[in-house]
Write a protein that binds this ligand. Structure first.
Ligand SMILES: [Zn+2]
Ligand SMILES: [Zn+2]
Length: 216
C-alpha cells in the first residue's frame, strides 16, 4: 500500500506573522535576508500554499534584485529605491516575510507626492544569469547624457523639453528651484535669434528685447 501524498492547499491570502496585514498573490513583500544585517529581499508573490491543515505556509516568489545585487553593480543613475524584476523564482517559508511593500512602475513612482519607506520602483527586467537588462536602452538626459535618477533634482528646459542637473549647467539646486522659467544654453541662443528676426511691435518681443537690454 502506498501512503497518500500530503495534500497542499493553495491559499488566496496570508496574514503576515505578527501583523494584521494580509497579502495576496501579485503583491510585493520584504523578506528577511539570511544575514540579518543585510537589507531585506524584495519579491513578488506568485502563489501561496499550505499543508492540508492550513499550516506550513509557503510562498512561490519572483525576486527583485537591488542594483548592488546585479552583476554590473550600482550605477550613478540607479535610484535608491530602484529594483529590477529578475527571472529568478524561489519557494520560501511565509515566515520569512517581514512586511508588504509596493513596487511602482517608473512613471507612477516619479509622480508620488512623497516616497514612503515601502515604496520602490522598477523600470528594468534583469536576467540573473547573464546580467542583461530589458529594455537594454533607456532615454538619457542632460549634457551628461545619463538616464534619469529620480533621486536627483532636474529642471526641464521649456524650449526642447530636455531635463538638466543643476550641477551640469553651473547652477546650485537652490538657484534651480527658484527659477520660474528655464531655457538651456542651446535654446536660449535660438531664442535670441528668433527675437532678432521678429522685432516688430508685439508685447512679447518687447519683453524679450527688454531682457536683452538688461543683460548688457
Ligand atoms: Zn547632468
Ligand atoms: Zn533646451
Amino acid at each position: 500500500m502506498t501512503k497518500p501524498k500530503p495534500l497542499r492547499r493553495s491559499l488566496d491570502s496570508y496574514t503576515i506573522k505578527g501583523t494584521d496585514k494580509s497579502i495576496k498573490p501579485g503583491d510585493c513583500v520584504l523578506m528577511r535576508a539570511p544575514n540579518r544585517s543585510k537589507l531585506p529581499y524584495i519579491a513578488k508573490v506568485e502563489s501561496i500554499e499550505s499543508d492540508s491543515r492550513g499550516r506550513n505556509v509557503r510562498v512561490r516568489v519572483r525576486w527583485y534584485y537591488r542594483p548592488e545585487e546585479s552583476i554590473g553593480g550600482r550605477r550613478a543613475f540607479h535610484g535608491s529605491k530602484e529594483v529590477f524584476l529578475s527571472d529568478h523564482y524561489d519557494v520560501q517559508s511565509a515566515e520569512t516575510i517581514e512586511g508588504a511593500c509596493v513596487v511602482h512602475n517608473f512613471k507612477n513612482y516619479v509622480r508620488l507626492a512623497s516616497v514612503g519607506n515601502d515604496d520602490y520602483f522598477c523600470r528594468f527586467e534583469y536576467d540573473s544569469r547573464t546580467g542583461a537588462f530589458k529594455p537594454d536602452r533607456v532615454a538619457v538626459y542632460c549634457t551628461c547624457e545619463m538616464p534619469y535618477n529620480p533621486d536627483d533634482l532636474m529642471i526641464q528646459c521649456e524650449g526642447c523639453d530636455d531635463w538638466f542637473h543643476p550641477s551640469c549647467i553651473d547652477m546650485t539646486a537652490e538657484e534651480a528651484k527658484k527659477l520660474e522659467h528655464f531655457f538651456c544654453q542651446n535654446c536660449s541662443s535660438n531664442e535670441e535669434k528668433k527675437t532678432q528676426s521678429t522685432q516688430h511691435g508685439s508685447k512679447n518681443s518687447e519683453a524679450k528685447v527688454d531682457n536683452k537690454r538688461r543683460r548688457r
